[in-house]
Design a binder for this molecule. Structure first.
Ligand code: C5P
Length: 418
């Protein structure tokens, strides 16, 4: 996503500077070329060498503005940038940006970037202490910036350097990275398309303490949501997984049980162009949920089960009746007869594609970062993919979805083995 993208990172004087180094590193690891500009106040907290070490590129200061060719440096940096992100941004820099003050290399570059045609996306992550965020002057500046299309991210609430608690913390680097991805993706091939992704294992309550669930971590579904966002889609992530941070930009619908997931899918379906059911939906639930915790004394409980709704089967019905015309992608996790089972599900649930997942391999399936999958298509094509990360599997699936939406059929270039 960030390969060969130029990110201009502005760093201003706040204790959150140390997190800006982490952000620069994360951007670099994601493939971006990161140019950093530090203000004089930032130099009190952190050195250019820190940024040069993590970005592998020169980091700039006001000395460069007043040095040789400094008068065009700011224009060059602003012209080259795919995104300008200022993190941390002090109240002072927010005020300068709002009023077009250009008295250091960063604010000069920001002025040039904001005036570009088309304008460079500008993201600002404030970091302030005490009442500085709440101050009407800051709030008025922030409104001005928003009105100009600048994206304000945070500040977050919590512990502040002064020992106070409140709104003022810079948003964490991982989240900021998500915002940069989002800013870069908006004109992608899925712009204007709505993608619904389900993820995680549903939890079926037995009593107030215990649930029936499965080993799904939600990682594959979350990676699919991110891959759809990276292509510009509007993404609804219907999640039964609790332990993952949702990708920035996704509309998160948190659910517990299969029935709740069914409700959420059916509510989102009419608007959706694509439904990707990566969730491990429990096939059975306890027939009754006990109001109070079942005690271990007394006779052993016998748990009667009831069948859960098959969400994809219900979606297939809507397709058959012509009530919904989108693309459906299913997943099949099997420990035996993988491809036969997957093919049967593809047919029964009228899917356009199914991702068959061999959970018997130690490096694939639940709760690991890699997957070994075969894609099966409604037209009979099959494509066996090598061991890859769940993010890479998500990329491949989304490539097929994009082909589909563009041409009406999948345009896979992989080998067919049917
Ligand atoms: O559980 P099963 O192997 O049949 O799952 C195959 C596909 O059907 C998956 O995409 C899963 O998300 C979906 N499914 C569903 N409703 C269920 C069970 C599974 O939509 N009750």
């Amino acid at each position: 996503m960030l390969t060969a993208k130029r990110i201009l990172l502005g760093v201003t004087g706040s204790i959150a500077c140390y997190k800006a180094a982490d952000l620069a590193s994360k951007l670099r690891q994601a493939g971006a070329d990161v140019d950093v500009i530090l203000t004089r106040a930032a130099l009190q907290f952190i050195t250019p060498l820190t940024f040069q070490s993590v970005t592998g590129r020169r980091a700039y200061t006001d000395d460069d503005l007043w040095g040789q060719a400094g008068h065009v440096l700011h224009v060059g940096l602003a012209e080259a940038a795919d995104v300008l992100i200022i993190a941390p941004a002090t109240a002072n820099t927010l005020a300068k940006l709002a009023h077009g003050v250009a008295d250091n290399l960063l604010t000069v570059a920001a002025l040039a970037a904001g005036g570009r045609q088309p304008p460079c996306p500008v993201l600002v992550a404030p970091a302030l202490d005490g009442g500085m965020w709440a101050n009407p002057a800051t709030q008025a500046n922030v409104e001005t910036l928003r009105g100009r299309g600048i994206t304000l991210i945070g500040p977050a609430e919590g512990h502040l350097a002064s020992g106070l608690r409140g709104l003022g913390r810079m948003v964490e680097p991982a989240q900021l990275l998500g915002h940069v991805r989002l800013a870069l993706s908006r004109t992608g091939p899925l712009a204007g398309k709505r993608v619904v992704v389900t993820a995680g294992g549903t939890q079926e309550p037995l009593d107030p303490v215990r649930v029936l669930t499965n080993r799904s971590s939600g990682r594959q579904g979350y990676a699919l949501a991110q891959a759809a966002l990276d292509r510009g889609a509007q993404v609804t992530l219907i999640s039964a997984a609790a332990a993952l941070a949702p990708p920035v930009g996704a509309r998160l619908v948190q659910v517990g049980t299969a029935q709740e997931m069914r409700e959420a899918v059916m509510a989102a379906l009419p608007e959706a162009d694509v439904l990707i059911m990566a969730a491990a939906v429990a096939d059975f639930r306890p027939a009754r949920t006990q109001e109070h915790k079942i005690k271990k004394t007394g006779s052993l409980p016998v748990i009667e089960l009831a069948r859960n709704p098959d969400i994809l089967a219900q979606v297939a019905q809507r397709k058959t009746r012509g009530q919904w015309k989108g693309i459906t992608v299913g997943f099949a996790a099997e420990s035996q007869n993988l491809l036969d089972n997957a093919q049967a599900k593809l047919n029964a649930k009228k899917l356009d594609m199914i991702v068959a997942n061999d959970i018997s391999a130690p490096d694939a399936g639940f709760a690991v970062d890699t997957n070994r999958v075969t894609l099966l298509f409604a037209d009979g094509r099959r494509e066996q993919l090598p061991l890859m990360s769940k993010a890479e599997v998500a990329e491949r699936v989304m490539e097929e979805v994009v082909d589909w939406l563009n041409t009406g059929s999948t345009g896979s270039t992989g080998s067919t083995d049917h």
